[in-house]
Design a protein around this ligand. Structure first.
Ligand code: BGC
Length: 721
């Protein structure tokens, strides 16, 4: 047995020490040096640093030896180079990169080591491509399953979100490349994203929407942050005094720079006063931007002080000295076997086994002579598409190729397309509707192939056009007439294995009811097909768990139940408050299709001897819960043990339960592992708006340990003073 948590600690410990010593050591000397540089700069030179000078760069000060800063998207890998002033790709031979699993895939690993490896490899590729700032990771809360960016983001839970955010930021920055955590904050829908006003209580902000940002700043030490397009409580995020000045720079002590999302700045004086440091955008002429000539004029007119300009320049220089001007910067590396291995390992741990009722998996490859692989997603690639994030992948193993790689020597792998995803995110509504119709001409031969093959693997789902930045999905239904294909293929071969490749929840009601075997996969990077094939054959025992709830129907999920999505009159009223994701489903006793934290294994894990180290705690103490996890099945595997806390008889409103700790452990078959889950009594606090403070309500709390949010294996009651 190897305890993954110990591995995490070992892997992260040196970099934690390194980062904190380095910044603590460098602070005063570096700050003084930066002040010295600022003294030598003219106002024009300062202002020139405060806005983009091309689509993905901003000015340095050549005469003082300060290079420009270079940026790139994120979060699926280092994006291909575009022109300085146009979005058109440069079609270089040198800008291909590794395609990393999408955000919800990383989250489904429930493994901060994987998030760290994702960050390190991406940081190395950014270095090799001479980028100083990676516009990643992205981790807004999944408030509605329809959000077009759910696939880029991690989870509906603030604690899982925060743990992965910290590790991915540390990974990227271990390479002296700045992470840019985005989109700060409350970017939970793409509909009217530039103008939607999210009306959110301070409590929900602090308990649900901000914790991962806070953790990425205070514990991950992110150097940069990107403001979101939307407004929060009446002010655009790029000029939101409460968000940027009070919380980020004040309470969290953020030392780095705040950049706007591209084209997301809306004023000169208000944005400058309220915390924005750098305007990034989409097109020239750059001197006309809010933070260009108009800002210079505002300083000259006395509307913005030069001291404030100096503070912004200080932040930008501070980032430059932590990235391009850092001593002994590494050269980086790109498209290496080590990066492919990182992608393969993340993808392998992300795949979620949803159903294995007849134990068709792992596939018995000694008796199967032919496999029908069906579905457009078996041959589809996911590195690019849609409106935003994407990489020019050096290579991408499709599902069909992965199955051929692993099984092609001994098994006849046959393919039928079954449906065709002729769909672009910017097609007209009529054309989209057309694309979602079943195609009988493709369905018939697919069903026939399933009937005449020993096994059938049907690979459906969505793609990076269907799920994309800049728009939300209309509903949860499976696209491209897939349900009809599933029905036909299942009728032809009842033992069909269904694989869904997508980045966000879909309606799987019929599939859950009618099919025995369901695997959930993701836009799983360059090695996605190999990882999927290895899960199917059992070389990899699946260990992914869902990072968000799959509702049985859309109206069960909070934003839809309360009719607050996408909002009215450009206002989305977050009436559900803190009851987001499973917090809502559990509190309101609504049965989801698949719950948060759900995922099966080929083996079975038994939990025993669950106990807390004490019965009663003061609110400055640590709470340790220990248990034994035994692997009673036939396969070695990994299990994510989840710890949830509920307040008994709460005075303030509380969710039915909240995730407070989790740990992924590897346990060989026939053996067992001792697991300890720690959290602080202070973590039980809720944000009391009446006193504007975090308050731990004294009394009894129930600690529940389980394999998912609804598979609780044991509970204990503790008291907190
Ligand atoms: C996206 C950002 C991205 C930026 C630059 C914006 O549309 O919201 O996430 O980093 O474009 O490509």
């Amino acid at each position: 047995m190897r305890c993954i948590h110990t591995y995490i600690k070992r892997a992260l410990a040196p970099c934690i020490v390194f980062i904190s010593l380095q910044s603590a050591y460098a602070q005063t000397a570096l700050d003084k040096k930066i002040d010295g540089i600022i003294k030598k700069m003219t106002l024009k030179e300062k202002i020139a640093m405060l806005h983009g000078n091309s689509l993905f760069s901003s000015e340095g000060v050549k005469r003082l030896g300060i290079p420009e800063l270079t940026y790139d998207d994120g979060p699926l890998g280092v994006r291909e180079d575009v022109g300085r002033f146009t979005w058109g790709p440069l079609r270089l031979k040198t800008d291909s990169a590794t395609f990393f699993p999408n955000g919800s895939a990383v989250a489904a690993t429930w493994n901060p080591v994987m998030a760290y490896r994702f960050g390190v490899a991406m940081g190395q590729e950014a270095l090799a491509r001479k980028k100083n700032i990676m516009l990643a990771p992205a981790f807004n809360i999944c408030r509605t399953p329809l959000c077009g960016r759910t696939y880029e983001y991690y989870s509906e839970d603030p604690f899982l979100n925060a743990q992965l955010a910290i590790s991915s930021v540390k990974g990227i920055q271990s390479q002296n490349v700045a992470a840019c955590v985005k989109h700060f904050a409350v970017n939970n829908q793409e509909t009217w994203r530039d103008s939607i006003n999210a009306v959110v209580s301070e409590r929900a902000l602090r308990e649900i929407y901000l914790p991962a940002f806070k953790a990425s700043i205070e514990q991950g030490h992110a150097y940069t942050i990107m403001s979101a397009y939307n407004l929060i409580n009446g002010a655009h995020c790029s000029e939101n005094e409460f968000l940027l000045n009070k919380i980020l720079k004040g309470e969290w002590g953020f030392k780095g720079l705040v950049m706007s999302d591209w084209g997301g700045t809306h004023s000169t004086v208000a944005a400058a006063q309220n915390g924005l440091d750098l305007e990034m955008g989409s097109s020239g002429p750059f001197e006309k931007w809010y933070f260009a000539d108009p800002l210079y004029d505002a300083v000259k007119a006395g509307k913005v002080s030069e001291k404030l300009i100096d503070e912004k320049v200080h932040r930008i220089l501070w980032v430059i000295y932590h990235t391009s001007l850092v001593a002994h910067r590494l050269p980086g590396s790109i498209n290496t076997p080590a990066h492919s291995k990182a992608v393969y390992d993340i993808a392998s741990e992300s795949i979620v086994l949803l159903k294995n009722q007849k134990h068709l998996l792992p596939l018995n490859t000694s008796t199967v002579k032919s496999i029908a692989v069906i579905g457009d997603n078996a041959i589809h690639t996911f590195a690019t598409g849609g409106f935003g994030a994407g990489v020019k992948a050096k290579y991408e193993v499709t599902a069909l190729q992965g199955l051929k790689n692993r099984l092609g020597k001994n098994i006849d792998i046959r393919f039928a397309q079954g449906y065709k995803a002729d769909y672009k995110f910017n097609y007209s509504a009529a054309r989209k509707q057309e694309a979602n119709k079943p195609n009988p001409e493709l369905i018939a031969p697919a069903a026939e192939l399933a009937k005449t093959s020993d096994a059938a693997i049907l690979i459906i789902g969505s793609n990076r056009e269907y799920e994309s930045e800049a728009h939300d999905r209309a509903d949860l239904s499976l696209p491209f007439g897939e349900q009809e294909l599933v029905n036909a293929v299942t009728a032809a071969n009842p033992n069909t294995i269904i694989v869904v490749i997508a980045g966000a929840p879909y309606d799987l009601n019929e599939i859950k009811k009618n099919n025995h075997t369901i695997i959930w996969s993701w836009f799983n990077g360059s090695e996605g097909g190999n990882a999927l094939a290895d899960v199917i054959t059992g070389k990899v025992n699946p260990s992914g768990k869902l990072p968000f709830t799959f509702p049985a129907k859309l109206d069960d999920s909070p934003a839809h139940a309360l009719n607050t999505f996408p909002g009215k009159n450009l206002t989305a009223d977050y009436k559900e408050g803190i009851l987001v994701g499973y917090r809502w489903f559990d509190t309101k006793k609504i049965e989801p299709l698949y719950c948060f934290g759900y995922g099966l294994s080929y083996t079975s894990f038994k939990y025993s001897a669950i106990k807390t180290d004490k019965k009663s705690y003061k609110n400055n103490e640590n709470i340790t819960t220990s248990l034994r996890v035994s692997n009673n099945g036939k396969y070695s595997g990994k299990e994510t043990v989840q710890l949830y806390v509920s307040k008994l008889n709460p005075k303030a409103e509380k969710a039915e339960k909240e995730l407070k700790a989790f740990k992924k452990v590897a346990v060989n078959r026939g053996s067992s592992a001792q697991v300890a889950l720690n959290f602080k009594a202070a973590d039980l606090a809720y944000f009391d708006e009446s006193v504007k403070k975090w308050v731990v309500e004294p009394g009894q709390y129930k600690i529940s340990v389980g394999a998912s949010s609804r598979d609780i294996r044991a509970s204990a009651i503790i008291t907190v003073d």
